[in-house]
Design a protein around this ligand. Structure first.
Ligand SMILES: *Cc1c(COP(=O)(O)O)cnc(C)c1O
Length: 421
């Protein structure tokens, strides 16, 4: 459920007509709904009611400062995967004790920043990393709270590029080696082992893989406790999928996911952390674009729009589907026609959809890509020297630009010419 609905024949973002934002900021742009962001955060928070827990928003999904502050003010913690994200979380007002640091390649510098400025825990992904965290902690005279990310070897049944919980993936340590790795961690004086971390992938549309993984985590908790480790916190990762089409089967709801967590792990008395990204931000954002040309090809018509793969790379990278709608609501009974919807970038991969049924459109009409809030703006680039597009946040009947479009001069002047030129 989101807050992008037709009203009086036009698409609205909460109480603001999308066309009004387009007239004010120009196309293309991303627009996010505050109410949708908060609603999705609250669904997770409510799903874990009755259990000590923290919902740590995985900000890599959408990391604009205004989005982070919106969620931080609602009580969210943050899951970060780089020093840049750590600094974003702090700048948005999130205290160190609500920030967890994930990722397979944390550098000594990143670890130092987080340890000196405050961190809830590091989710450690390898033994070499464990040694570095230990060394930095000893150097700073502090003790680093850690969990070890275990790889439970379960099939997340999602797109190969976003599955992370099989033994062939680069993430975590094999669960079969956990005993040995935890013993090693416990022997390092700069570390305090507090829990277990697991994250098996993204855009999961069934609960079964989570169930298999969490059952293994429950077993491992008891085993590690019997080996003398004080396991008191379980970080269960993110990954719950969202409906990218309104027609297909709905993925499980946060409340069902919360029940599964309680059923599989509740008896252990651990504090629970989850790290949802996509489900909080995905359906809270639209990418709005303008039709530049309608081009008739052989046997097919192309809608050439002013957004491109550099603005939203998911279709090119993951063969992802986004529902695409006309901002002006088609009149009842309008006959749909198929279009290939493409951007202006010089690559055939710059195709958002093939033979997509749309109402008849013409140059100057606005379209909106739904479910574009997660892994949209954050993955954009300036390929083809196309400026990063603005991000806009709506809250009720107000809207604000939360990242402006750079000017061409700003882009060009970011480069520097060596003195020999
Ligand atoms: C990407 C990621 C998440 C968030 O995944 P979503 O599918 O966006 O919920 C959470 N935790 C870790 C460690 C991740 O890498």
């Amino acid at each position: 459920m989101d807050h992008f609905l037709y009203r009086d024949g036009a698409l609205y973002a909460e109480d603001v007509p999308v066309s009004e934002i387009a007239a004010s900021v120009g196309t293309p742009f991303y627009v996010y709904s505050t109410a949708t962001l908060l609603r999705h955060f609250q669904l997770f928070d409510d799903a874990l009611e009755g259990t000590e827990h923290l919902v740590c928003y995985a900000m890599k999904a959408a990391s604009n400062q205004a989005i982070l502050r919106t969620l931080a003010q609602a009580g969210a913690g943050m899951d970060v995967v780089s020093e840049g994200e750590y600094r974003r979380a702090r700048a948005a007002g999130v205290p160190g004790e609500k920030i967890v640091f994930s990722g397979v390649g944390k550098t000594a510098q990143e670890i130092r920043t987080a340890l000196s400025e405050g961190i809830r825990q590091f989710n450690v992904e390898s033994e070499p990393e464990m040694e570095v965290i230990n060394a930095v902690a000893l150097d700073l005279g502090v003790v680093a709270p850690i969990t070890v990310r275990v790889n439970p070897d379960v099939d997340a049944k999602t797109h190969a590029k976003i599955a992370t919980g099989k033994s062939e993936n680069k993430f975590g340590i094999p669960i079969s080696r956990a005993s040995e790795v935890y013993a090693h961690a416990a022997s390092l004086p700069g570390l305090e082992v507090i829990g277990i971390d697991v994250h098996i992938g993204s855009q999961l549309t069934e609960l079964e893989p989570f169930k298999l993984a969490y059952e293994k985590v429950a077993e491992l908790t008891e085993q590690l406790r019997s080996e003398g480790h004080n396991i008191r916190r379980l970080d269960l990762g993110g990954g719950l999928g969202i409906p990218y089409t309104r027609s297909n089967e709905a993925p499980p709801l946060p409340v069902e996911y919360g029940k599964l967590i309680k059923d599989t792990l509740g008896h252990l008395g651990c504090e629970i952390e989850i790290e949802p990204g996509r489900l909080i931000a995905g359906n809270a954002g639209l990418l709005v674009s303008d039709v530049i040309y309608v081009k008739s090809g052989e046997g097919r018509d192309f809608l050439i729009v002013d957004a491109a793969m550099n603005d939203l790379i998911r279709p090119a990278m993951y063969e992802a589907h986004h529902d695409i709608v006309a901002v002006k609501e088609p009149a009842p009974g309008t006959e749909m026609q198929p279009y290939d919807i493409v951007g202006p970038v010089c690559e055939s991969g710059d195709t958002f959809a093939k033979q997509r049924n749309m109402p008849p459109l013409k140059s100057g009409d606005l379209i909106a890509f739904r479910s574009a809030g997660a892994y949209g703006a954050v993955m954009s680039s300036e390929y083809n020297t196309r400026p990063l597009i603005p991000e806009v946040l709506v809250n009720g009947d107000q809207f604000a630009v939360i990242r402006p479009r750079p000017t061409f001069d700003e882009i060009i002047n970011r480069d520097t010419i060596p003195e020999w030129l």
